[in-house]
Design a binder for this molecule. Structure first.
Ligand code: GLU
Length: 499
């Protein structure tokens, strides 16, 4: 119950090192849910201290992807807030006093070991299969001058934590209960370039930003003992931890951008998924459906029933069939006009349509959206299904197989259809259907299945299409006639050539 919880401050802390990862949205969803549930705030912090890995534009993509999913933060580099700056690169002077404090209290020490020496050390340890691995504390207790006498000396030192023998390895996790982690190495907290490592920066920033609940992936469990030491040494209150399960591919391997296109958050948008479906999907990956098995749930419903102990701990499988199903559901739930807007927006974003599409195309799309809505799974399927509507009559591609599949009576069928289309008044799908049915099925005695096939192939170029009479009405009498006559002429020509 919300009244039992103090307002939580949560944060998501992505590194802007490429296309945003789907994991960022997964964390953000649970961060935001908890912040909303407790009446607190959700913070976005950009962890950009690894200057070598920065990718320009990546930060902007993080903002946009979170906005798109309805997971915008309350505070962040763009929103501002009273706990800024929210980019670690703008907080560099923040960390120095804490490093000084740790050095002064003897919890940290300078290390001048060169990269080569550390590499050698690692190799030796691997070869000799030593039980104790990690840094051997060569520099501990030495002055710069003393250390400079020894091999493998580097000019610029790093700062390492002096991890004590009795380092606590267990902690409470909101999702997992009591968790235990392996003993950590003497972790570097300040790099030779003066930048803090993740471990120092995350602890200092989470503290200064008043974060009460740290939601992050389970791959960080093994880092938590180091963080707990830093909290203790620096005299900070320890926040709560919620380590979310790793998202997995259907073969159970960890989801990565290299292996799975869906690891890229932008992929969902490109493929024509609706943000509400993606959000619901991420929700289901981490959280069981409601008691009655209902998988479709709004964010508000999710928040209302949210409780950490219900979050999954086993790696949720990234099952796109489920996402497709959800997307279809949300598509059918939209008002057709809203769906048309979304298709247009998608077409512009992906460059399928120009920024200013023609009025006729927009009108055709609006008219045709209700026809395709019942069977549409993703927005990217809409334009291919409707390409015949947008094609100029003389550029309509008529599928050869579809033509070849027509029976001999296609020529008289088309002749009759032309007469009826010329005469139909009003030019509505009801009128068209009534006339064609009366003449072709009732009078000529052709089964409906065969009677309309030539008309469909003529008008849409295909054997399978959105509802035929509605499509004819949308195209209008002139276009419909041009297309019926074109196929009629083609069939006649073929018949003459054969005969
Ligand atoms: N910058 C880290 C990441 O990209 C954040 C981890 C955390 O949430 O503590 O995963």
């Amino acid at each position: 119950m919300s009244q039992h919880h103090a307002p939580a401050r949560t944060r998501v802390a992505p590194s802007p090192t490429g296309d945003p990862h789907v994991g960022t949205a997964f964390m953000a969803l649970f961060d935001l849910a908890w912040a909303r549930k407790t009446g607190g705030q959700f913070v976005l912090r950009i962890e950009d201290t690894d200057q070598n890995r920065l990718v320009p534009g990546s930060e902007q993509q993080i903002f946009e992807s979170l906005d798109w999913l309805g997971l915008s933060p309350d505070e962040g580099p763009r929103e501002g807030g009273s706990h800024g700056p929210y980019r670690q690169s703008e907080r560099l002077e923040t960390y120095a006093p804490f490093v000084e404090k740790l050095l002064a209290s003897g919890h940290a020490y300078l290390c001048w070991c060169s990269a080569d020496r550390l590499k050698e050390l690692r190799e030796q340890q691997q070869q000799s299969k030593q039980a104790v691995t990690g840094y051997d504390r060569m520099c501990l207790g030495l002055t710069r001058e003393e250390r400079a006498q020894l091999p493998g000396f580097a000019e610029h030192p790093v700062v390492r934590m002096l991890v004590p023998d009795d380092v606590p390895l267990e902690f409470d996790d909101l999702i997992r209960g009591r968790v235990s982690a392996p003993r950590p190495d003497d972790q570097v907290i300040l790099k030779a370039d003066g930048f803090p490592t993740y471990h120092l920066a995350v602890v200092v920033d989470d503290h200064l930003m008043g974060i009460t609940t740290i939601v992050r992936g389970e791959e960080w469990i093994s880092s938590t003992p180091k963080h707990l030491l830093l909290y203790r040494w620096l005299g900070f209150d320890v926040p709560q931890f919620a380590h979310m399960p790793l998202l997995r591919n259907t073969d159970r391997s960890k989801i990565s951008k290299r292996k799975n296109p869906a690891a890229r958050l932008l992929w969902f948008r490109e493929q024509g998924y609706l943000p509400e479906a993606v959000r619901n999907f991420l929700q289901l990956l981490g959280y069981p459906p409601s008691a009655d098995g209902e998988e479709v749930a709004t964010f508000e419903e999710f928040v209302e029933h949210f409780s950490w102990d219900k979050v999954n701990t086993t790696g949720p499988i990234f099952d796109l069939t489920k996402l497709d199903w959800l997307n279809g559901h949300y598509i059918r739930d939209l008002d057709p006009d809203e769906l048309a807007d979304r298709i247009i927006e998608w077409a512009k974003e992906t460059g399928e349509w120009p920024e200013k599409p023609s009025k006729r195309h927009v009108e055709l799309l609006r008219g045709a959206t209700p026809l395709i809505q019942p069977r549409l799974t993703r927005l990217n399927e809409a334009l291919p299904q409707l390409d015949f509507l947008f094609a100029a009559d003389d550029e309509l591609e008529v599928d050869d197989d579809a033509v070849a599949s027509l029976r001999d009576d296609a020529i008289p069928v088309l002749e009759t259809a032309i007469v009826e289309v010329e005469a139909a008044e009003p030019f509505s799908h009801e009128e068209l259907m009534a006339r064609l049915r009366a003449r072709l099925v009732d009078e000529m005695g052709i089964k409906a299945k065969f009677a309309f096939a030539p008309v469909r192939v003529a008008v849409t170029g295909r054997k399978v299409s959105p509802p035929l009479f509605e499509s004819m009405e949308l195209l209008g009498r002139e276009s419909t006639l041009v297309r019926l006559r074109a196929l009629h002429a083609r069939l006649l020509e073929a018949a003459t050539a054969e005969g």
